[in-house]
Design a protein around this ligand. Structure first.
Ligand SMILES: Nc1ncnc2c1ncn2[C@@H]1O[C@H](COP(=O)(O)OP(=O)(O)OP(=O)(O)O)[C@@H](O)[C@H]1O
Length: 313
């Protein structure tokens, strides 16, 4: 795989369900190591964008025009075989609903191990052992025991941890997370988002993060893409979107979240911290991000600068 250009480039994407067009020409990029949040109201087309990007539109959904390139490979015209190789190995998908996304009649450990075997990362015996490690990395409690259980024996939060483990099992370059906590209790949501942040920082993966919550986007993303009615109306660094929104729709979104308008400052600020991020993820998450940034400086994991200002419309 090559290293030129953005990791993901979506250009002029149009998609429909039946006759009804719901994406009217989307342009979007995600750089290597970058966290991009797509924000917008319900029905604006965020999930359709996420699903279309990886060839997972539900029945009746189809891409009508545009290009999708992943790591300089055109994937909108790729075969299903090629797409399923990419998904899992190079693009990890964290779905919205942890209940319907796991097979209820297969043990959790087998489902985690399967992805490793499917992508040639482990044989049957080592897959079982590695599955327990993956569950532990995803913060699943008592991972040894959980591996032998069925999804129905786990709480929603634990199931979502399993799915994050599966999405990241093969160290994908890109993770697509479609409202990964929307089906969970609010008390669990933050812990799951922190876990996702930490694992992503540890692996250096880029993320396309779908959320209707501007607060979540502000805390977690380097860049925010604002969608309304099937169009991108504005995009740019998270800080710029919050402090100087340009499009009336974004102005409305920011106004509806007044606590985001004036980032607080704290005495105990990490020297390279971003005030919006400082008030968001836990210290552990920020520490993990800094480790990745340091590794990047040493050339182990590259993380792009977070100061770009693009596509403001
Ligand atoms: N399977 C489907 N069949 C037909 N129409 C659909 C289907 N899924 C979504 N739509 C329609 O496509 C439009 C965009 O929906 P989409 O789910 O992509 O938006 P969204 O921004 O992700 O919303 P939400 O936050 O509620 O999930 C909506 O008008 C929706 O009703």
């Amino acid at each position: 795989m090559s290293a030129a250009g953005p990791l993901l480039r979506v250009s002029g994407l149009r998609a429909s369900y039946g006759e009804a067009e719901v994406l009217h020409g989307i342009d979007l990029t995600v750089d290597r190591g970058e966290v991009v949040a797509v924000v917008g109201e319900s029905g604006s087309g965020k999930s359709t964008l996420a699903h279309a990007t990886v060839g997972l539109l539900p029945e009746g959904g189809h891409v009508d025009a545009g290009r999708i390139e992943f790591d300089d490979e055109r994937i909108d015209s790729a075969s299903e075989r090629r797409l399923s190789r990419l998904r899992g190995a190079h693009i990890g998908v964290v779905p919205q609903d942890p209940t319907s996304s796991l097979n209820p009649v297969r043990r959790v450990g087998d489902q985690v191990g399967e992805i490793l075997r499917l992508h040639g990362r482990a044989d049957r015996r080592s897959a079982a052992l590695r599955a327990v490690d993956i569950l532990a990395e995803a913060g699943v409690d008592r991972p040894d025991e959980r591996a032998g259980q069925y999804p129905g024996e786990l709480s929603g939060g634990q199931r979502q941890r399993v799915l994050i483990g599966i999405a990241l099992a093969c160290s994908p370059e890109l993770v697509i997370a479609d409202e990964p906590t929307s089906a969970l209790d609010v008390t669990v949501q933050r812990r799951i988002l922190d876990l996702l942040d930490t694992r992503i920082a540890e692996t250096g993966a880029a993320v396309l993060f779908i959320t209707h919550d501007l607060g979540v986007a502000a805390e977690r993303a380097d860049r925010i893409v604002v969608m309304s009615q099937g169009r991108v109306v504005e995009s740019g660094p998270a800080r710029d979107i919050l402090t100087s929104p340009q499009h009336p729709y974004t102005v409305g979104l920011v106004a509806a979240a007044p606590h985001l308008r004036r980032p607080r400052t704290r005495a105990t600020v990490p020297s390279d911290g971003d005030p919006l991020l400082r008030d968001g993820p836990s210290g552990a998450v920020l520490a993990a991000r800094r480790v990745v940034a340091d590794r990047g400086r040493r050339g182990v994991v590259r993380r792009p600068p977070r100061t770009d200002r693009v596509d403001r419309r």
